[in-house]
Design a protein around this ligand. Structure first.
Ligand SMILES: O=C(O)CCC(=O)C(=O)O
Length: 306
């Protein structure tokens, strides 16, 4: 159970770090299973759930993503600590490492950039219902809990920063902005290797569209950015309106985090037919109609809702 102070921190900041939620045995189990999935030795996992950079030394399983042939428009200095490319604002520091990122890897795991819908796997699936995670979600979000989606942000050695965003911007098919992500550290996530960073209190700003984001993320707001270094097995819980990003990883070590995205079962589903098709395609729902189609984690369902 969370303390009153922990709940107060979540309400005030829009995120909360909880230490040692998973044991080292549990994290080892997850890591070993992810490794087996990446190497293609687990049956029943579709290859399109794994994304692998096309670099020498990569495994043969997964969707291969090639290096972009046209160089992106160079980023502008936004503030002393952040760059801007178009409407994207992200921490400085990853730019000199592009050649290493696209160079050969010794370990095929280092070529992986993303894994998703691990809930379908018999070993990993139970973790989305782990009582120590779901108890916190129930206290911070709702006692009736559905899983929207899950994905591993596999920041590789020399991987780039992730831009500032609110998760809710991507999830407009839910008539609720009170979703919650549990980000499980699979490796130690440090200031040096690109831990997640937050703007505390930004969940109170409401939904900000992309065009306005750079005008919100001014020097004084970014000066309040907080890093969340985690040990493997720690979890950071964040509100779906809290602005967050992650730093670059200029180190030779991986920084993997497994994000579990939860939605209150009371949230009405308001997707368009295109959303329905997309959610079915990405394996977010258990059947083509997303109404009452997302997996129930705890509590009960509501008609017309997720
Ligand atoms: O791990 C990262 O780099 C970003 C995480 C993130 O954006 C999320 O969990 O919503």
């Amino acid at each position: 159970m969370l303390t009153r102070v922990q709940k107060k921190h979540y309400d005030r900041d829009g995120y909360l770090v909880v230490r040692q939620v998973l044991t080292s045995n549990e994290v080892d189990l997850i890591r070993t299973r992810l490794e087996q999935i990446v190497l293609g030795t687990v049956s029943g996992i579709p290859a399109d759930l794994v994304t692998v950079r096309d670099v020498p030394g990569r495994g043969s399983f997964g969707n291969v993503s090639s290096r972009p042939t046209t160089s992106p428009e160079p980023p502008q200095q936004h503030t002393a600590t952040h760059l801007r490319r178009g409407t994207q604002v992200f921490p400085v520091g990853g730019e000199p490492y592009a050649e290493q990122l696209w160079g050969p890897v010794q370990n095929p795991l280092d070529a992986v950039s993303h894994l998703r819908v691990l809930r379908q796997d018999e070993v990993l699936g139970p973790f989305v219902r782990h009582p120590k995670i779901v108890d916190v979600v129930a206290e911070l979000m709702s006692p009736n809990i559905k899983l929207y989606y899950d994905q591993v942000f596999a920041k590789p050695p020399y991987g780039p920063a992730n831009r500032y965003h609110q998760d809710s911007v991507f999830w407009n098919f839910f008539a609720s902005k009170n979703l919650l992500t549990a980000w499980i550290a699979i490796d130690n996530a440090t200031v040096e290797n690109g831990c997640v960073r937050y703007i505390p209190g930004s969940h109170e700003f409401g939904l900000i569209d992309w065009d306005h984001l750079p005008y919100l993320l001014t020097g004084d707001v970014l000066a309040g950015e907080r890093m969340t270094p985690l040990d493997a097995g720690d979890v950071v819980f964040h509100h779906s309106l809290t602005l967050h990003c992650s730093g670059p990883n200029p180190t030779p070590q991986r920084r993997w985090g497994w994000a579990l995205h939860y939605v209150p079962a009371e949230a009405r589903y308001i997707g368009t037919p295109q959303d329905d098709a997309h959610l079915w395609k990405i394996h977010a729902t258990d059947r083509p109609d997303p109404h009452n189609g997302f997996p129930l984690v705890r509590g009960r369902e509501f008609p017309g809702c997720v």
